[in-house]
Design a protein around this ligand. Sequence first.
Ligand code: HDE
Length: 696
Amino acid sequence: MAKKHPVDPNAELGNGGEVHQVAQEGDQPMTTNQGLTIADDNNTLTVGPRGPQLLEDFVYREKMTHFDHERIPERVVHARGYAAHGFFQAYESHAKLTKAAFLQDPSIKTPVFCRFSTVAGRAGSFDTARDVRGFAVKFYTSAGNYDLVGNNIPVFFIQDGMKFPDLVHSVKPEPDRDFPQAQSAHNTFWDFVSLNPESMHMLTWIMSDRAIPRSFRMMEGFGVHTFRMINEQGESTFVKFHWRPKLGTFSLVWDEAVKIGGADPDFHRRDLWTAIESGDYPEWELCVQAFSEKQAAEFDFDVLDATKVIPEELVPLTPLGKMVLNRNVDNFFAETEQVAFCPSHVVPGIDFSNDPLLQGRLFSYLDTQLSRLGSPNFHQIPVNQPKCPFANFQRDGHMQMQIPTGRVANNPNGIDEGSPRQCPKSGFETHPAEESGAKLRIRPESFADYYSQARLFYRSLTEPEQRHMAGGFAFELGKCDIMEIRTRMLGHLYNIDTELADRVAKQLGMQGQEDKIEPVVTPRDPKPSEALSQYAKAPQTLKGKKIGLLTTDGVDAGLLAMLRKTAEEEGAMLEIVAPKAGPIQTAGGKEVIPDHFLDGAPSILFDCVVVAPAEDNADQLAQQAAAVDWIRNAYSHLKVIGYNQAAKQVFQGAGVATEGETGVVDIGGGEFDGFVAEAKKYRIWERESKVRPAMV
Ligand code: HDE
């Protein structure tokens, strides 16, 4: 609570009722950036009370100049993001695999900073857009900062960094009209990807539920490229990085994601911030798929190709340790906006492969930080500074924050005995992989199978996931009004999987209109891999989920207490929604302050819902469009809905039956066991055939 401050006596000099808070004894005085104490922060310097303003007013000019320069260029991609601090802890020493300092000692907690992001939208776009999510982690290790700059999808659109500017331009708003924002559902994107068959595998992921995650806390993360781990003996092992969320991987349904975009554009950041503030710290397990060069040579795809996964049946995951995010930032701009990730920030024990996409990234990130943060001293910004000592002879530049001492700034030197010196034994050494060959601009032939793994992904999904993917393609292509793009894409889809293509063609009303596209490599029929599906392995749990209760004045206090206890026991969060924002009264006359006002809290904000009005007020609730929509939306978003007897008339208004409907559960006077058992299933997938028959 802010202290009450005495009002500025100046208020009497013509400032009406304005509140001018002035410092009391012991308060920190407000000053200019030069430390000059400010007497008046509300009025500019003028000639007389109604006269012109004076240029002399340096206090005003300093304040306004700083304000005018508050913005820096947003990231060209991944502009909208959210981050938190935490730590990483190895389960045991992984010395056999790597000499990376943070993977040696299980008693050490390495500080981390983790930023999640969408890719296409501007910084002010909405959280739930269909998009790949960035999953970037900075480890402040004792041997320097290590940045694992990954995504929540294990593959990428393109195989070579040269194409990245074109890919990004195609997905950004079209340049003549500047829309659509934060969306891939438009002509330029689908034109580009349909002319780049290497995108097909990634497209199946982007059109799947993975691209509309329920929460950052419920997303997997992937390093995407093949990296190397190097041990003390200098032995190299190839690795692919995976983050596995402790809560399981869950997604929204499409219509819900679209509506949340309007109801709460900050849905994902609010979710992460709230969980951390309430002490419910999200956790991920870091794993690797570790494999030798010899193994890699035997796979029927190239491990240097970032459009391919390594099925876990081929190389299982080795868990390395866990990451816990336990502290929100103090200041969004200083930390989340100014954090600078670079895949080139590695530590001894981690090295690169020749993946051309990875190699392309090694240049881009450092370059982009220079233009975004404006100075080669961006490593001195607190969030970017290593937490271990760092020293070299790089000097000067914009915004130099350090004061290097001493006479010399050159290496070698014979003048300053205290100079930093290179360390051939402990310093970073590139793995001496043997390379030879002609200089060429050519893609390896081993990258040319564009369809087999897209097929693998589709066929590894559960039936609901498959139909969502088809729905995603149909929706996006339906937004493309250049027919050649649709027919070209349908041609590709037929190369991926006939059933998938038929489903999309049917929804577009374009059966038989696909182009014939001859694959360079005939797609194989890979064995499905269950690990690629999120729902085949989803835990049945309410942990980390949100229950919404719609109720009214006169609610039974016992029912409320039971639901609260149930939510607590299940590790879920309960939020109360009522037709008015002010306190409601329980039947016993106790005041309860709702978390939300009905008009501002549609059921889309919750994972499962309970509708339990008081008998006397149910009638009025049934007339509220927002209450009817609450139930209708929860039903069509396949959520589990609990109800009491009084709620039945609201259900009638919504056209939702309470009898004989799976996932619509009578809670009687507070019997939540049946509700919880259903709600743990997350969604009632079989209901989809009733609410979206065209998709099924
Ligand atoms: Fe990025 N990417 N990227 N990217 N990327 C950026 O760097 C780039 C790629 C990823 O939270 C930029 O600081 C190229 C793959 C994340 O701050 C830029 C290529 C993966 C973030 C850039 C790729 C990523 C970025 C823009 C193809 C997953 C946000 C602002 C060769 C493995 C990090 C910035 C954060 C950000 C370039 C492809 C992940 C322009 C050239 C593949 C998570 O440098």
